[in-house]
Design a protein around this ligand. Structure first.
Ligand SMILES: [Zn+2]
Length: 491
């Protein structure tokens, strides 16, 4: 991260930042919000278009029911109050990728309001209010590169024009760049759990604008804010805010004034730059969209949608800790995605020791998946396999070392654990005489450690177990090894 402008610690501590975030999330509907064109990302430019999303005069929008259901589901997951009646409005502005000359959005009567996200902050748990969540259509996309004449011309792709979005506006209650990062992380996690968006920032299905101002501590009035637009990762948003807060304090400390303006973040330099000032700012002249009826989500429909609300991450973590006797940390890792949590629970239910499954998934499975850059859904080892392997270790049939080897083989051969186990059936040495022979050799070779053990340093037994397991290439039955060692090491 680039260091923000040089501000003394004393100057910095005089001020507190006030941050509000506006997040746009693309909904995963099959078709667009007001026409039946495909909403899929990545098609050849201008192939998913029709008179409605091209903004031809006289073409009439028809609201996509699924988009409403997804938006309501997201609103419920974010603890919002869903309004029975909301109204679509025209937001008028000119832009080359907005052929109608206006965007259909919602203004004074949004779909949902008064939500909240719970985050962890430096001073403990904190609740960040959500002012509103509304539905709107996306605009097209201006392409400034990728064509032979890109240096002179801008190309327009209208495939994205009319793709459904929700805009989620937070209260100005975020007190630091770290809190902003945490808020966004929690929001993305919740939205992903609902399944209404893939929240893919690279493809633009989650975009964030940040409003930030500073004021002297204890002051209740807001300072003049600037808006940072189109930052494409949570980390960059944190860095951009850090820089911008430093910049604003620097301006105020040197007797200057903050100009209300929109700024762009340059991630390569770690700095924000002025894009347009308030004088040029838009006046959108909102008015109710005459081609659409008010949107009514009655109680019956709301309840129908509520039934498809999944268990959300926070609640799920609490339940998993209670159900499987795992730690808070385990639950955090294992609920990172809904699929991972689902998969873990399948294995945890099938195995004798859920805690062992939690350990195996985190230490043996996720490490190997990461090394091969695979998602949990593409794992060669199924959760049935994880459950079986956990039970085999639990029963002492295979050692931890054998398990590691078998997992390696599963990944090498792209075969599930039960199949690899059947083929390999690693033979554990349970023959006491054979193990005794190994132990005798090791005791003879390590008189110093034997002395330590006999002098009362019982932890040295770990050393001997390790040596025996090594000598047996991990095949000696650990329980037998332990028992025999204790017997043999006694003076
Ligand atoms: Zn269309």
């Amino acid at each position: 991260m680039v260091t923000p402008p040089e501000i003394s610690v004393a100057a910095r501590s005089k001020y507190e930042p006030v941050i509000g975030l506006e997040v746009h999330v693309q909904l995963l509907t099959v078709t667009k919000i007001f026409c039946s064109c495909s909403a899929r990302f990545g098609a050849t430019p201008n192939t998913h278009v029709c008179p409605v999303c091209l903004g031809h005069p006289g073409a009439l929008p028809v609201l996509n029911r699924k988009a409403v259901e997804f938006a309501v589901l997201a609103a419920m997951a974010l603890n919002c109050q869903v309004n029975r009646t909301s109204v679509f409005a025209r937001k008028n502005y000119f832009y080359p990728d907005l052929p109608k000359g206006y965007q259909i959005s919602q203004y004074d009567k949004p779909l949902a309001e008064f939500g909240a996200i719970h985050i962890a902050s430096a001073s403990g748990p904190k609740k960040i209010g959500i002012t509103r969540l509304h539905l709107e259509e996306d605009a097209g996309k201006s392409l400034h590169e990728g064509f032979p004449d890109s240096s002179e011309k801008t190309a327009i792709d209208l495939n994205r024009s009319g793709v459904p979005l929700i805009e989620i506006v937070s209260e100005p209650e975020i007190g630091s760049p770290d809190e902003a990062y945490e808020y966004l992380t929690r929001m993305k996690e919740i939205i992903l759990y609902t399944g209404v968006s893939d929240c893919n920032m690279e493809e633009g299905s989650l975009r964030c604008d940040a409003n930030v101002s500073v004021r002297t501590r204890g002051e209740t009035q807001f300072g003049t804010k600037t808006e940072i637009k189109n930052v494409n990762s949570f980390r960059f948003i944190r860095d951009a805010l850090e820089y911008e807060i430093g910049r604003q304090i620097g301006v105020l400390e040197s007797g200057g004034k903050i100009t209300q303006e929109t700024r762009l973040y340059n991630s390569a330099e770690g700095k924000t730059y002025s894009m347009r000032s308030k004088e040029e700012a838009h006046d959108y002249r909102y008015f109710p969209e005459p081609d659409l009826l008010p949107l009514v989500v009655d109680e019956k429909w709301r309840e129908e949608i509520r039934r498809s609300l999944p268990e959300l991450p926070e609640a799920r973590r609490k339940r998993m800790v209670a159900d499987y006797a795992i730690t808070d940390y385990d639950a955090d890792v294992l609920t990172a995605s809904r699929t991972l949590a689902d998969e873990f629970e399948l294995a945890a239910k099938a195995a004798k020791s859920p805690k062992r499954v939690a350990n195996l998934v985190q230490s043996e499975l996720m490490g190997r998946l990461k090394a091969k850059n695979l998602e949990i859904a593409d794992s060669p080892i199924s959760m049935k396999g994880v459950a079986l392997s956990a039970d085999l270790v639990e029963a002492g049939t295979i050692s931890g070392k054998m398990l590691k080897d078998l997992y390696d083989l599963s990944f090498e051969r792209n075969q599930d654990f039960p199949a690899v186990y059947e083929q390999e059936k690693p033979q554990q040495i349970t023959d006491t005489a054979a193990i005794e022979k190994i132990i005798d050799g090791i005791i003879t070779a390590n008189p110093k450690q034997v002395g330590q053990y006999r002098a009362g340093k019982k932890t040295v037994i770990g050393f001997f177990v390790g040596q025996v397991m090594k000598a047996s290439k991990g095949h000696a039955n650990p329980q037998i090894v332990n028992a025999l060692l204790v017997k043999k090491l006694e003076p």
